[in-house]
Write a protein that binds this ligand. Structure first.
Ligand SMILES: NC(=O)C1=CN([C@@H]2O[C@H](COP(=O)(O)OP(=O)(O)OC[C@H]3O[C@@H](n4cnc5c(N)ncnc54)[C@H](O)[C@@H]3O)[C@@H](O)[C@H]2O)C=CC1
Ligand SMILES: CC(=O)C(=O)O
Ligand SMILES: [Mg+2]
Length: 603
């Protein structure tokens, strides 16, 4: 857990006010109730008397001053009491109630909100991130109280350059952008998908220490093809079908130009775009702006780290990765991203070309095994299609069970969005795997879309497996006091570090080399003992630690590729001269940490 022991008050204060200090007797330019209504400055009952006097809020609060620690304890007590009072109610109701109490705090007092989030990340990540964020998006129109982030719609064409200046923050470092077309495994949720950029950016603050004043969640509302939403009177987005083709791209182009005109160094993370636009926009912008696609690139790195971990878990050298047979279920943006990166890793290790490296991978989509005989094959999936002449006993469209039985894979990895598709028969077939420790990755989100539950995986595939899921599950009791470890294979282990490392290096754009460095850093983070007991990823409690390391790896890679232009007072030359440990220290020093800071200068 990260607490004050790791951040001195002085360093916290520095980072807290870096962008906001205004010279003069008061640090903040607002006065009176405006301060109480600004969640960034608000301290609720925590304002000391001098600040109440000098900021014109004396009398606007009850007289007693409550310390930050007391406020923290009071919030946690309310949270626990909510847990007690909702005990036994349906999961969805409990989760939404928890989300509401956190969201109310977020709306009111950001310092306290981010502090409870950071200190309790294990308990709160499942509320502000997957799985509950999915439910929040599904119910967004009903839950909507106050706007957060920015909304650019197809109706705003021609206006975006001026709209971007409506954002009140002076500086924006990190943007998460979605068009709502593929929200987790829940499909097209239109404007309601804004919950995802908000949740991802909360993870940026918690894990990477990005200053919350410098984040911007963005929804590009280009319509929706979700009939239910189109017919819903209370739907808050454009009630029109999605724009396509050049019309669509011209909206995204306009947004990207507007953002980078106002904040040339802002990093844009594309999130939860349907596959065709995910690939197209990545191709279109990756050499022009500092951007990446989290579902394609972040997920790939996390999956690759997990795949390398499974090799180590079998007690085999990493070089044995080239011999592992891997079945990927789901040929969308995430599945194809994983395949691309894993195949590049095999090529590098084996010193052969990509086409030889592809031999050990099998790709399945909704129509079964993808082979070269597939008509209307998606061009993005085509390079991974199997040659039927090289398949014994399997043909085009073979179903998942047939493939698992025939291939006896070392790893079964799901990114299909289809809950329960790794059913009892499929999991039992994994008992015949050629691996001494087969791995099952049910990576789809949210929980109900996971390809299988953790309990089913250990029950049917055997206790000897390595298991990972995209959304969290409890460890599984196996009897005799033993537990099956549940890993969370989620891109949250990488995207914060990719964003932070890119930001602090001042990288011109984000290269494959930087992403590979991030994945390698995560892959080598765990010890052999941990990996051999089935623990492939660090505990979420240490997500700031791992993010600092990943960020440093990304930064150093940007430096080595001559892409680092520096950040703030730290120029490219200083970055180049930093040793590895110094880079990690530099990253940590720049992480924002929530603590109340004085709003007036001492007289
Ligand atoms: N754990 C993590 O970090 C991440 C998880 N995901 C999850 O992965 C899932 C897929 O995401 P995308 O690839 O972007 O979606 P997508 O919509 O681009 O792709 C889905 C793929 O699954 C295939 N599919 C559908 N039904 C199937 C079936 N019955 N059997 C086999 N394949 C089937 C489709 O043909 C398609 O190829 C989502 O649930 C998402 O939440 C995505 C990114 C990161
Ligand atoms: C985790 C994530 O990015 C997804 O499920 O789409
Ligand atoms: Mg995503």
């Amino acid at each position: 857990m990260w607490n004050l022991v790791k951040f001195t008050a002085a360093s916290c204060r520095r980072s807290r006010w870096l962008s906001t200090a205004i010279p003069g007797p008061c640090i903040v330019h607002k006065r009176g109730a405006d301060i109480l209504h600004d969640p960034w400055f608000n301290k609720d009952t925590g304002f000391p008397l001098t600040e109440r006097d000098r900021l014109g809020i004396r009398g606007l609060l009850p007289p007693r001053v409550i310390s930050f620690e007391q406020q923290y304890a009071r919030f946690m007590e309310s949270y626990r009491s909510l847990e007690r009072n909702t005990h036994g109610q349906p999961d969805g109701i409990v989760s939404l109630a928890k989300w509401r109490i956190l969201n109310r705090l977020h709306d009111r007092n950001e310092t306290l909100y981010y502090r409870v989030l950071i200190d309790n990340i294990r308990n709160f990540a499942p509320i502000i991130y997957t799985p509950t964020v999915g439910l929040v998006c599904q119910n967004y129109s009903g839950l909507f109280r106050r706007p957060r982030g920015m909304y650019f719609s197809a109706k705003d064409k021609g206006e975006m350059m001026s709209m971007i200046y409506n954002w009140p923050g002076q500086q924006v470092d990190m943007i998460v952008l979605t068009d709502g077309s593929r929200i987790l495994g829940l499909g097209d949720l239109g404007v309601q998908g804004i919950g995802i950029p908000i949740g991802k950016l909360d993870m940026y603050v918690a894990a990477a220490g990005i200053n919350p004043q410098r984040i911007l969640p963005v929804m590009l509302d280009i319509g929706t093809n979700n009939e239910k939403l189109l017919n819903d009177r209370l739907y808050l987005g454009l009630r029109q079908p999605r724009l396509e083709g050049e019309e669509y791209l011209s909206i995204v182009d306009e947004f990207m130009e507007a953002v980078h005109t106002r904040w040339p160094k802002a990093i844009v993370q594309f999130e939860d775009f349907q596959m065709k636009w995910a690939f197209e926009t990545l191709q279109r912008y990756r050499k022009r702006f500092c951007m990446f696609n989290d579902d394609i690139q972040g997920t790939a790195g996390v999956a690759l780290a997990g795949l390398l971990g499974t090799v180590r878990a079998q007690g085999r050298p990493l070089s044995d990765f080239v011999n592992q047979k891997i079945v990927v279920v789901g040929a969308g943006s995430a599945g194809l991203g994983v395949l691309n990166m894993a195949i590049q890793a095999v090529s590098r290790m084996a010193g052969n070309n990509d086409s030889t490296a592809r031999n050990q991978f099998f790709l399945i989509d909704k129509d079964g095994l993808i082979t070269k005989e597939r008509t209307n094959i998606d061009p993005a999936a085509a390079p991974f299609a199997k040659d039927p002449r090289e398949l014994e006993g399997l043909s085009e469209g073979a179903n998942l069970l047939e493939v698992v039985k025939k291939v006896r894979p070392h790893v079964l990895l799901g990114l299909s969005g289809v809950g329960g598709i790794f059913n009892e028969e499929v999991l039992k077939a994994m008992r015949e795997s050629d691996s001494s420790k087969p791995a099952i990755f049910a990576m789809s989100n949210p929980t109900m879309n996971a390809e299988c539950t953790a309990a089913d995986a250990f029950k049917y595939a055997g206790e000897n497996i390595v298991f990972a899921s995209g959304s969290p599950f409890e460890n599984v009791a196996l009897g005799n006091g033993k537990f099956g470890h549940v890993n969370q294979a989620n891109n949250m282990y990488l995207f914060p570090g990719i964003g932070l490392g890119s930001l602090l290096s001042g990288a011109r754009y984000i290269t494959d080399g930087m992403l590979q460095a991030a994945a390698e850093c995560l892959a080598s983070y765990m010890t052999d003992e941990e990996v051999q007991s089935g623990i492939l990823y660090p505990s979420i409690d240490s997500i700031r630690e791992i993010t600092a390391e990943v960020g440093a790896a990304v930064l150093r890679s940007a430096v080595s590729e001559n892409l680092a232009e520096g950040h703030g007072d730290v120029g490219p030359r200083e970055l180049r001269l930093m040793a590895k440990e110094e880079t990690i220290e530099y990253i940590k020093r720049n992480m924002w940490f929530p603590i109340y800071s004085p709003l007036v200068h001492e007289k």
